[in-house]
Design a protein around this ligand. Structure first.
Ligand SMILES: [Zn+2]
Length: 391
């Protein structure tokens, strides 16, 4: 019956493209024919209109006909740390498709990447007239609030609002602790809005810490968590920069209140914790890249870094594409506004910080492209690896 209705509807209508919901993003939408659209990735550049990154798209198709629909994802080239590139979207990063408004996502298998243009051509034979497509499984503020509502009554969970984003959204700090924990681990997720995998891992970590099996972890360690560092970017379908154009993982040496209130609030919360007589035994920020996976840490804490790296390899599906990286004092010597969170926290508070990049492309330890379930599982493994590293 559903299929018959779909067929009947197909004859009467033409496919249309929509971005009127949280986290959605596209630039120009060109209708080449009834069955072919050229969809420009909006991309985002920084405060000086440099470092354009085009690695987020998320849209809905309505009224698709039963035959093949060709969606060309274009306008991909960009720049990273001031070096030009062909863009992060390639044949190694097939999109995900959902027919149930984002409850479940599946990687697409029918696509061709043309490096010369460059262009990612998606061939969709839709199972239903309405579907959603995204670069990676989206995780929005709405997802986070759903998680918060589930865990809010847990006695080991505590929430503070530490400030407001540029657009006035609450900046959240969550604490998970029970009994009288002795050590502190500070976790940070989603400094860059396209990197939704970071949030799915965060959710997995938080659920693990609050689970019956996580009891020893929350009793021995206070877990401070920035669950979503750039709520505006996530809401608006941003890529890498906050609403004023600032990279929230580059401006830790600037931290100007009006331009990047997110960084100011986060740093202030950490400063308050340290002034209160506490330590931060390990700080960890999780990011996504397309094909590479690695751990980067402050050189002064190399023994801890090696231990953490080994624990990640042993206890998680971490599949490093390079050895542990000793971070420099800045990403771009001589330029202001180029310091990552771990560089900034080391300069200000001598905190042992680590930053991990987790790939969205094929992971050979998983044997497939990472799914939401894999991210959840990694979150649960991650908190065990951190516990092992600081023992
Ligand atoms: Zn990132």
């Amino acid at each position: 019956m559903k299929a018959a209705l779909f067929l009947a509807a197909s004859i009467l209508s033409a496919a249309s493209v929509h971005t009127d919901f949280e986290g959605a993003s596209l630039g120009q939408i060109e209708k080449v024919s009834e069955t072919n659209f050229r969809l420009h990735v909006a991309g985002q550049a920084d405060q000086h209109n440099r470092n354009r990154q085009a690695s987020w798209y998320y849209f809905r198709i309505d009224d698709a006909a039963a035959g093949e629909l060709i969606l060309d994802i274009v306008n991909l080239p960009g720049e990273y740390n001031f070096k030009p590139n062909k863009g992060a979207i390639t044949g190694d990063t097939p999109p995900v498709i959902s027919y149930d408004n984002g409850r479940t996502w599946t990687h697409m298998t029918t696509f061709e990447y043309n490096a010369a243009e460059p262009r990612l051509r998606l061939r969709v034979k839709p199972a239903e007239a309405r579907f959603w497509i995204a670069h990676t499984p989206p995780y929005t503020n709405e997802n986070l609030m759903r998680l918060r509502n589930e865990i809010a009554k847990d006695s080991a969970f505590h929430e503070e609002t530490i400030g407001k984003s540029v657009d006035g959204r609450d900046l959240l700090l969550w604490t998970i602790a029970a009994g009288s924990p002795r050590k502190t681990v500070w976790l940070m997720f989603r400094q860059h809005s396209w990197e939704s995998g970071s949030s799915w891992v965060g959710e997995g970590a938080i659920r693990a810490l609050l689970s019956p099996a996580g009891r020893a972890l929350r009793e021995s360690i206070t877990w401070k968590i920035f669950p979503l560092a750039d709520p505006d970017g996530v809401a608006s379908g941003g890529v890498r920069f906050n609403r004023k154009g600032y990279d929230l993982n580059r401006n830790w040496d600037t931290a100007a209140e009006l331009d990047m209130p997110e960084i100011t609030a986060q740093r202030r919360a950490i400063a308050k914790w340290i002034k209160g007589g506490h330590t931060v035994d390990l700080f960890f920020s999780l990011h996504n890249t397309e094909p590479s996976e690695y751990l980067e840490g402050i050189a002064k804490f190399q023994p801890l870094g090696e231990k953490f790296f080994a624990a990640l390899k042993q206890l998680t599906t971490f599949a490093p594409t390079r050895p542990l990286i000793a971070t420099e004092a800045t990403t771009t010597p001589g330029m202001p506004g180029r310091m990552t969170v771990i560089q900034g926290l080391f300069k200000d508070f001598q905190i042992p910080g680590f930053l991990m990049e987790q790939r969205i492309a094929f992971n050979d330890r998983l044997g497939h492209l990472p799914t939401v379930e894999d991210r959840h599982a990694f979150g649960s493994q991650l908190v065990r690896a951190i516990d092992e590293a600081i023992k």
